[in-house]
Design a protein around this ligand. Structure first.
Ligand SMILES: [Zn+2]
Length: 501
């Protein structure tokens, strides 16, 4: 068997859009039933591919009529000729969360039902076009014996043994979440800038209920910071966090229902170190910030992962600098970059923040996508300045709210907000490798200072010759007593060698 390589250049928009999704779960440790009702509408057209893995199909209908389908190992193809312009797909499947050890899809961790759908886990829950550029509002009904049963959005109805959730914001399937189990909530409230009252809950197991205070405090500070620095308010009546023992991803930004590995939520003064607290603050902020950079504006495909991750890491780093000692935090972030990303960029696994081919997307959650992706956003901010950066971000949210976007869309808002041409800057996203910057100074003793900068990027396995990057270099001049002679300005190195007088 050879693994199929997926190429950025092969991207095709979805054949069908989804107007709405209704899911019903009958929870059972080994025989969970999932009924889906999905309203499809023809978009580009062509056959409709529904991804599905390790599902037992019980029944399927189109517009209420039972149909015969023959799933292959990875899903179902519905032929274009058999599909009306707009139709309702209904399916019932059975899944086995108790035996799901992949920690993708719906699984049981220590007696608790839990999901992980990024990147391609939703296809283990039901048949669906499991790709981020298909966004839809979801409603979810969960039936079972569990005392707490959560999903995305707001709770809209409940009775004995069931609860219904509605998420009004269109989202891709990778942001779907369900949690059910014997959990307790550490609760609080937050009032947004425009006066929306939001209930906040951190759900944990009973013995951990006294260890949530710092995570809650971090959450409230994150919500406030995002309003002040980015003008981004929270958009549901409820924000839930769940701490889970078995969780691969560290933490996950599912809409309105973030799921965390317990170690990134729980802390008590008796056992936690300063480093633990800092880690909790940073990860809580990161996942919360995804509500706008990732969820409201998402990625068109997984090649664009750094669109949400690079930007959100940059945002959580900026938050950390504002909460703590900025220079110390910056040094720590650079140390992480140098320790984790520089070797990656110098080795056989070198890849650009936006790769153009992958076999398994789970292998691309890398330091390059996250940490270098964040540095590139920071460079962009350095290049255009804080005011124009904010203007570009405002435009990004205005223009792309509810959309699945690309790095091109991201750079376009900067071009439109600033009038700059960023085609050379784009190389940071599309070409791997760590440039080496050389600096030579000359002072003629009469009042003329010349700074000569040169750059060279060593080859990477995918690219022998590297074009020069646009590198912003902030420079200031000081007198021997430390006072400022020339205030800091940003030089733009665009060629292999350039002198600035
Ligand atoms: Zn993230």
């Amino acid at each position: 068997m050879t693994d199929r390589k997926i190429l950025l250049d092969d991207y095709l928009p979805p054949s069908h859009d989804i107007e709405e999704v209704a899911l019903e779960f009958d929870l059972h440790p080994n025989k969970t039933r999932v009924r889906s009702r999905i309203v499809f509408k023809r978009a580009r057209g062509g056959d409709l591919r529904l991804d599905g893995k390790e599902l037992t199909l019980i029944s399927a209908r189109i517009d209420g009529q039972p149909i015969e389908v023959n799933p292959d190992k990875e899903g179902i193809t519905l032929r274009a000729d058999d599909l009306p312009e707009r139709f309702v797909w209904e399916a019932e499947v059975e899944i086995d969360p108790g035996s799901n050890t992949s920690l993708e899809g719906l699984y049981i961790s220590n007696g608790m039902y839990c999901t992980q759908c990024e990147a391609e886990g939703f296809r283990k829950i039901t048949y669906y076009p499991d790709r981020p550029d298909v966004m839809a509002p979801f409603s979810v009904r969960i039936s079972g014996d569990e005392p707490v049963m959560l999903s995305n959005g707001n709770p809209v109805a409940r009775g004995k043994g069931w609860v219904e959730w509605q998420d009004p914001w269109p989202k891709p399937s990778y942001l779907f979440a369900l949690v059910a189990g014997d959990l307790l909530a550490h609760s609080d409230r937050f009032t947004t800038a425009s006066g929306r009252d939001v209930e906040l809950n951190i759900y944990v197991r009973k013995p951990d209920i006294d260890k949530c205070a710092y995570a809650m405090d971090s959450l409230k500070r994150s919500m406030k910071w995002d309003e002040e620095e980015y003008g981004r308010e929270y958009d549901l009546d409820l924000f839930n966090i769940v701490a889970v023992d078995d969780f691969n991803m560290g933490a996950m930004e599912n809409k309105g229902l973030n799921i965390f590995n317990s170690s990134l939520v729980l802390a008590s003064p008796q056992t936690a170190t300063d480093q633990n607290y800092e880690g909790i603050e940073s990860v809580i902020a990161h996942e919360y910030f995804h509500n706008w950079t990732g969820n409201r504006v998402t990625c068109r495909d997984w090649f664009q992962l750094c669109l949400k991750e690079g930007l959100t890491v940059f945002r959580d780093q900026s938050f950390g600098m504002d909460m703590r000692e900025p220079n110390v935090n910056r040094i720590k972030d650079v140390m992480v970059l140098r320790a984790a990303q520089f070797p990656e960029d110098a080795g056989p696994l070198a890849h650009p923040p936006r790769p153009n081919a992958y076999v398994e997307i789970n292998n691309f959650y890398t330091a390059t996508v996250y940490e270098k992706g964040a540095e590139v956003v920071g460079m962009l901010r350095r290049l255009v300045g804080p005011a124009q950066y904010r203007a570009a971000l405002d435009l990004y949210f205005d223009r792309h709210d509810g959309q699945a976007c690309t790095i091109e869309d991201w750079l376009q808002v900067f071009e439109d907000a600033t009038g700059r041409d960023l085609s050379q800057f784009k190389l940071w996203y599309t070409s791997a490798g760590t440039p080496e910057l050389g600096v030579a100074e000359a002072w003629d003793g009469k009042g003329s200072y010349t700074l000569t900068l040169n750059q060279k990027t060593p080859p990477t396995p995918d690219e022998a010759e590297k074009a020069p990057r646009l590198i912003p270099v902030a420079v200031g001049l000081l007198y021997p007593d430390g006072s400022e002679a020339v205030e800091t300005r940003v030089l733009e190195l665009t060629k292999p060698v350039e002198s600035f007088r």
